[in-house]
Design a protein around this ligand. Structure first.
Ligand SMILES: Cc1cc2nc3c(=O)[nH]c(=O)nc-3n(C[C@H](O)[C@H](O)[C@H](O)COP(=O)(O)OP(=O)(O)OC[C@H]3O[C@@H](n4cnc5c(N)ncnc54)[C@H](O)[C@@H]3O)c2cc1C
Length: 540
């Protein structure tokens, strides 16, 4: 076994009230990458921070789990921008104190199956372009303009992100200027922008073949999130050596260095409000932990619908604001184990996106209306092939992870049942769904027929149980153009002492949520955090 493996894959310290060593300068609710980033940067300026995580392990969607001799990641399949000294890589290196290593995927990092046709995303801007031009020789102008648009969004993001640090009053003042400065594509849907570039529906489908990475098909997603993700992976995909649990494991010591801790099994029941200010949290075991700063990384739906007293939400107007955003789509995950190595099985270091056709919106709509319609997208990822350390931890085996959309409504009748005891009908439903998804995968990987040793399937209720997303959300709130126009989605809330962090502040994705974490640390810690960040960006 590699030195990287903890015996149980449980990261963090199990919470007990008598293990608290307050007073804490800040409490962070949730140990996803957003919460950990904020906590670590505040620890850098000497703050003692307690991170409170309801799951049995830390990391949020970056956690991994082990069963039957295999190990799987839950919400990390590939991360971009890790191959050079980018802002994201520098931050990751800083947070993990250089302990986290990254393995590059194949040059083809994504492979798109559109019905009978196959296309690929190739690492490197020039390579990406040339490959597209090879498939679509008449579309050179559209492809080049597309790449320019990605760059425009990227530069516009700086102003957009900084605007998230302003007070509501300041934001109101700069808003008209910002709107003029930001490119027009910032306010439109992905499909709208792309249809202006080309009438070639297949090219649009290839360009948006990663729509599962953002949870909305192109006609509904904001071009901002499309561009951020497409550009994020433009120089290839990377995988954290040792598995995604290494992300939390390597960040936690930074939080502990200034006296803080990351507690697991630590469910926050309510955010305490006194005289209109957040002053601490009430834990599920009845313990009250007081601190002048409460930072929620649990997502805006959880924060405003479940964690705050309803009258505090109404008084601050968040009940009205919440109506402007919607939870993102629910999903199921298939976790597969094989008793041969990735190499022997011919598993690639690229992801598969399997679509019944290039009509993403139509396929999704048909599926939502009729569950027996073809699955609108099946995403397949090969973690053991991507991780150079996997063979050290689990010799002679391989793993596959598959994700597919599944409306929460399908599972609603089991909502409220206990994990592990949801009943035979639930198990039968899962089994049938899992077999259906497996079949889609096996069509593209026929060499695996008869060689699967073990599989299990998670449902939106699993995401609800382990990650506290009430409707099994993939990515927090939906990334529509309307979402990006919500000026209240900022670190600072209208309730003094309460801050938000994580993916709902900026965008989904490990790096998106990490950037949300950086913004919040900056908003909370001010100039001192800014100095830390300057040092990090200067590479010192
Ligand atoms: C299936 C799937 C695949 C993905 N693949 C990728 C990928 O390949 N690459 C990529 O970059 N991104 C991917 N993502 C997205 C990425 O994982 C997330 O956007 C990101 O990790 C979110 O981080 P976060 O800190 O905002 O939230 P989370 O990681 O969700 O953390 C929130 C935490 O808050 C905790 N919490 C909630 N309520 C409470 C409470 N009351 N008390 C205590 N704790 C609480 C939850 O348990 C959770 O741990 C994927 C996501 C999913 C679901």
């Amino acid at each position: 076994m590699s030195a990287l493996t903890p015996s149980t894959l449980r990261i963090g310290r199990r919470y007990r009230a008598n293990r608290l060593e307050g007073p804490y300068d800040a409490l962070v609710i949730g140990s996803g990458i957003g919460g950990l980033t904020t906590a670590a940067l505040l620890a850098d300026i000497g703050w003692k921070v307690a991170v409170l995580e309801q799951h049995y392990t830390a990391g949020g969607y970056t956690h991994s789990y082990a069963r039957n001799g295999y190990e799987w990641d839950v919400g990390v399949h590939y991360i971009g921008d890790m191959g050079a000294a980018t802002t994201a890589r520098r931050l990751m290196d800083h947070l993990s104190q250089g302990q986290l290593q990254w393995a590059a995927m194949d040059a083809v990092y994504d492979r798109f199956f559109l019905g009978d046709q196959t296309f690929e995303a190739v690492a490197g801007k020039a390579e990406f372009r040339d490959n597209l031009v090879r498939h679509f020789p008449d579309e050179v102008a559209a492809i080049d303009r597309y790449l320019e648009l990605l760059a425009e969004v990227s530069s516009g993001m700086r102003g957009f992100a900084l605007s998230r640090l302003l007070s509501p009053g300041q934001l109101k003042l700069v808003q008209p200027v910002l709107r003029r400065l930001l490119p027009d594509s910032f306010h439109r849907t992905t499909r709208d922008v792309l249809e202006e570039l080309t009438g070639n529906a297949t090219l649009i489908a290839v360009l948006t073949g990663q729509w599962g990475d953002l949870g909305l098909p192109p006609a509904r997603s904001s071009f901002i999130i499309h561009a951020l993700i497409a550009r994020h992976y433009l120089h290839g995909g990377f995988y954290p050596v040792g598995g995604s649990w290494r992300i939390a494991e390597t960040i936690i010591p930074r939080i502990q260095a200034s006296g803080g801790e990351v507690f697991t099994y630590a469910r926050v029941q309510q955010i305490l409000i006194e005289n209109g200010k957040a002053c601490g949290v009430l834990m599920a075991d009845g313990e009250r932990i007081l601190a002048p700063c409460v930072i929620s990384s649990a997502g805006v739906m959880n924060t405003f619908q479940r964690l705050l007293p309803p009258d505090a939400v109404t008084r601050s107007g968040y009940d009205r604001l919440l109506r402007q955003v919607t939870p993102s789509m629910a999903h199921v995950g298939l976790y597969i184990g094989l008793k041969e190595t990735a190499e022997a099985l011919g598993l690639p270091r690229s992801n598969f996106w399997i679509y019944p056709s290039a009509d993403y919106e139509g396929d999704l709509q048909r599926f939502e209306q009729d569950p027996s319609a073809p699955l609108p997208v099946v995403y397949v990822s090969f973690p053991s092939a991507k991780d150079p350390d996997y063979a050290n931890r689990h010799p002679g085996t391989a793993t596959i992870e598959v994700v597919a959309p599944a409306p929460f409504a399908w599972f609603e009748r089991w909502d409220g049942s206990t994990w592990g005891q949801r009943g035979e009908d639930y198990e039968a439903f899962k089994q049938a769904l899992g077999e259906r998804i497996l079949e889609v995968m096996l069509e593209k990987l026929p060499q695996l027929r008869g060689r699967i040793d073990y599989w299990e399937i998670s449902t939106p209720l699993s995401s609800q149980h382990f990650n506290a997303y009430a409707r099994g959300e993939l990515y927090g709130i939906d990334h529509t153009p309307e979402r990006f126009a919500q000026h209240w989605l900022t670190p600072r809330t209208r309730i003094p002492g309460l801050w938000l962090t994580g993916q709902d502040i900026m965008s989904c994705g490990v790096v998106g949520a990490m950037m949300g974490g950086v913004l919040t640390a900056q908003a909370v810690g001010g100039l001192k955090v800014l100095r830390v960040l300057k040092r990090v960006m200067g590479g010192q």
